[in-house]
Design a protein around this ligand. Structure first.
Ligand code: GLU
Length: 443
């Protein structure tokens, strides 16, 4: 069977993580089977149908790396891919239903007369489910068209899935109860229904329904926060699916190889932004430096940070890389390398760069470092240790004031790595300033 999947979002103003996961699983399934992934924008609701709302979806999918084979911007043989442009097709299908005697008018609306049967849904994830549609009280006839002429989702979605030759409808479980009604429409139109696969919902950790205001609900917030697409893809895959061994870090290529609809968990998935954050840190940690730098640059530029050479930037990035979990934090970790006017974290100053003891320790280290002929990790470390022994303090009691003097903050990359990159002259100048600062606060 030729596999054709689709993501069919309604433009609501944001791309919800649940929608992003639906898109991802459809994309993966198509990739796995050498099939086609179609993007169709379900923009029949004119009130919410703005250019910007549509753009958010396209941007989100582009950012995640989920490029569609057919759809907006791309074209294809089954277009148009905006429902708002498919009115003529819907008219034609409606008249087919009309000729078959399936329709009736009800106060200006057009409704589909249900055959009132039991309908089986054989779902790839949820299994075989029987729906009893015989009672009009609990299952009223579907409206296909409103009195104002606008179309109802159920009808146009079925028409489009037929016209676009969709083989697998993979979507959220919130649509499972609609599926028997959709199957009635397929039958009335003489069309073979596609395979259905309804994925478990994504809930908050406390079991409540995710609202669009919940942190992490809108995919559009991820790029700015410094998540990287490969990490978010990894996280989204784990919402309802997992490789057999309980691995958490898994590349999209591997997921494509291992993915089966039948392996999707039937239990609802709990959304856990902390886990996504952790996964992001893991990806940043193991990312090669060239890609890391490419992703880092926009964040640094936005913060007004400039660097003398690409090489200098890469050196700095290579030592802060293991520490940074979100790219948006990078300017904090990088800025002081390229700017002598860096700010000081007052809490770190109060802790390690205040008073006569700090002055004494930092002065001793300054003297030892100014005598160094070779400025490398080994010399910086041994000179610090010797100084600590000489003046009778623990190494940490030199490391902390040195770090705060050199960077303005209490945490950062390894001190020796940092000082090696800063170089002798700048390190000593910063120690000098640090000593003055400590003196000034000694009163
Ligand atoms: N536009 C529908 C939604 O966003 C699509 C449902 C479907 O995949 O059939 O919920």
């Amino acid at each position: 069977m030729t596999v054709r999947t689709r993501f069919a979002p309604s433009p609501t103003g944001l791309l919800h993580v649940g929608g992003a996961r639906t898109a991802l699983f459809n994309w993966i399934y198509a990739k796995k089977h050498g099939g086609t992934f179609v993007l169709r924008i379900e923009d029949t609701d004119h009130s919410r149908n703005t250019e910007q709302a549509k753009q958010v979806i396209l941007d989100g999918l582009h950012w995640l790396g989920l490029d569609w084979d057919e759809g907006p911007q791309k074209g294809g043989n089954h277009g148009p891919y905006y429902q708002s442009e498919r009115g003529a097709i819907y008219e034609e299908y409606l008249s087919r239903l009309e000729k078959g005697g399936h329709l009736y008018e009800d106060n200006g609306a057009i409704r589909f007369r249900s055959p009132r049967e039991k309908v089986f849904v054989d779902d790839e994830i949820c299994g075989k489910i029987e729906f009893d549609l015989t009672n009009p009280g609990t299952h009223p006839d579907l409206t296909l068209r409103r009195p104002d002429g606008s179309w109802i989702f159920h009808f146009v979605s079925v028409v489009d899935d037929i016209e676009m030759k969709i083989s697998h409808v993979i979507r959220g479980e919130d649509h499972l109860s609609n599926t028997p009604k959709h199957i009635e429409l397929y039958r009335a139109l003489g069309a073979e229904p596609p395979r259905f696969a309804h994925m478990p919902l994504i809930l908050n950790r406390d079991g409540s329904k995710m609202s669009k205001r919940d942190e992490g609900a809108a995919l559009g917030t991820y790029p700015e926060a410094g998540y990287v697409p490969e990490a978010v893809r990894n996280y989204l895959c784990l919402l309802g699916w997992s490789p057999k061994e309980n691995r958490e870090i898994i590349s999209t290529e591997e997921v494509v190889a291992l993915f089966e609809l039948g392996n999707i968990n039937r239990r609802n998935a709990a959304f856990d932004l902390d886990k996504c954050f952790w996964i992001n840190g893991q990806y940043l940690l193991s990312m090669d430096l060239a890609r890391y730098a490419e992703l880092a640059v926009p964040f640094l530029e936005k913060a007004g940070i400039t660097w003398p050479t690409w090489n200098a930037l890469e050196k700095v990035l290579s030592i802060v890389k293991p520490k940074v979990k979100l790219l948006k934090d990078l300017p904090e970790w990088v800025g002081y390398f390229f700017n002598e006017e860096f700010s000081f974290d007052e809490a770190a100053v109060a802790k390690s760069l205040t008073g006569p003891l700090a002055v004494e320790r930092l002065s001793a280290l300054r003297d030892a470092y100014s005598a160094l002929a070779i400025w490398d990790l080994a010399s910086l470390e041994s000179a610090l240790k010797e100084t600590a022994a000489k003046i009778g303090v623990k190494t940490g009691e030199l490391v902390h004031p040195a770090r705060v003097a050199a960077s303005g903050r209490g945490i950062g990359p390894g001190l020796y790595e940092m000082l090696e990159i800063l170089g002798k002259q700048r390190t000593l100048a910063r120690f000098e300033k640090g000593i003055i600062k400590a003196l000034g606060t000694s009163a």
